[in-house]
Design a protein around this ligand. Structure first.
Ligand code: ATP
Ligand code: MG
Length: 209
């Protein structure tokens, strides 16, 4: 039986947004981008897909365990209509390649339309992604603006894409990790339920670096 979230009303194609990230930690920049991409691209759902091993970041810095990052995303989206935390990459294990995630979702729901949400900064990295031509055949990109990055104007022929204007929030996980280490406030930059989880589980503190 199909999970409820693929419910197809009156034969209409279901439009699924896939928003991948390390989410180390998730912040309101991600969440505002997700809900506004959902509205702007008329998506039915946005799956917040937590990377198991983000191969781009591997070896560069310590990344919190995937289970903790997933718990933060779950806390952050709890009660928010249409946003779901997804552990699909954690279940698969190993390095997380978006193409594998998209193929898995496509196999489960072949009739659904898949949209891959990315910030303008990530649009520059697409050429380095694994099996990028296959990916381009399977998804429409939804590119959201992000302070500090102007999306490339030479995305190439291969992508179908649309752009969605989202609130410009100059927030990054990198800055939040620095804030946590230095004891500066996280409040209002991360949903309070996720901050509670960070405190209870002693994540991102000085001893965590
Ligand atoms: P880090 O600083 O560790 O790279 P990050 O804040 O960039 O963290 P990621 O998990 O790397 O967060 O990003 C996941 C996705 O969210 C990417 O597509 C990224 O472009 C997008 N994103 C992150 N922050 C914002 C923001 N403030 N506004 C719009 N998009 C964002
Ligand atoms: Mg990033």
């Amino acid at each position: 039986m199909l999970p409820l979230w693929t419910g197809n009303e009156a034969g209409r194609l279901v439009r699924i947004g896939i928003f991948g990230g390390t989410f180390d930690p998730i912040h309101v920049g991600h969440l505002a981008a997700a809900v506004n991409a959902k509205a702007g691209a008329h998506l039915d759902k946005v799956l917040m897909v937590v990377a198991n091993i983000p191969w781009q970041k591997e070896g560069l810095r310590k990344v919190q365990p995937a289970s903790e990052r997933l718990a933060l995303v779950e806390a952050a989206v709890s009660g928010v209509e249409g946003l779901e935390a997804s552990d699909i990459e954690i279940q698969r294990g190993g390095k997380s390649y978006t193409i594998d995630t998209v193929l898995e979702i496509k196999k489960l729901f072949p009739d659904d339309d898949l949209f891959l949400i990315i910030g303008a900064d990530v649009a520059y990295e697409l050429d380095t992604w694994d099996r990028v031509d296959d990916l381009a055949d399977l998804v429409t990109l939804v590119i959201v603006n992000r302070p500090g990055s102007v999306r490339p104007d030479n995305l190439g022929e291969r992508w179908n894409y649309l752009e969605v204007e989202v609130p410009s929030l100059d927030i990054s996980s990198t800055d939040l990790r620095a804030r946590a280490i230095e004891g500066r406030p996280l409040d209002y930059l991360i949903p309070s339920a996720a901050i509670r989880y960070i405190r209870e589980h002693n994540l991102y503190g000085p001893r965590e670096t």
